[in-house]
Ligand binder design. Structure first.
Ligand code: ZN
Length: 189
């Protein structure tokens, strides 16, 4: 294809490397790669609103940026699912939620402010978001790896054959990152 007198369109890699691009849907100019995040576990049916982390309650329902409790018996933590991107040093991050046992949830809470934990797991959990571009991800068994220095826990899938696990193992193309953005409402105009 020829571009008569026009500048070559920006490549996906250029967009992710920091060339600004005007988003056709959210009206922002995105610069470089940014992370996507699930606001809450898919099981959350309460208001789309965060309470402060410090207000954590174990009974009933609770949602903050990092912690979630449903019905006083299901405990969730906000994690990061990292995916390498071909051609970039920085990884793409998906903010996602996993369940934890009550005991591990307590260990996480106890160490949260200091960023050091009684043990570093990994802790078992169930993946608690649907990431449609990667097939069926909800309730996949997963590992939650607590990180030191107040970084969010990193999550890996138990099933290495899963599409999401292989994306993490092999990386994805910059074009695929733009497809993910589009699936979540950010479109290159
Ligand atoms: Zn956008």
């Amino acid at each position: 294809m020829k571009f008569f007198g026009r500048k070559k369109p920006m490549s996906a890699l250029d967009s992710l490397r920091g060339a600004g691009w005007k988003c056709a849907s959210c009206d922002l100019t995105h610069k470089g790669m940014f992370h996507l995040a699930s606001f809450a576990p898919d099981f959350w049916e309460g208001p789309e609103e965060y309470e402060p982390n410090g207000a954590i309650r174990f009974d009933g329902d609770f949602l903050s940026e990092d912690f979630c409790v449903v019905g006083g018996e299901h405990f969730f933590v906000r994690c990061v699912f990292d995916i390498p991107v071909h051609g970039l040093a920085e990884k793409f991050g998906f903010g996602v939620w996993s369940t934890l046992s009550r005991a591990n949830f307590q260990i996480y809470l106890d160490g949260f402010d200091e960023g050091t934990y009684a043990n570093l797991g990994p802790w078992t959990g169930w993946f608690s978001n649907r990431l449609a571009p990667f097939g069926d991800t909800l309730n996949q068994p997963c590992w939650v790896h607590p990180q030191l220095a107040r970084q969010r826990p990193v999550i890996t899938l138990g099933n290495e054959e899963h599409d999401l696990a292989s994306a993490q193992a092999r990386g994805i193309t910059p074009e695929r990152v733009l497809e993910l953005y589009a699936a979540y409402g950010h479109v290159v105009s």
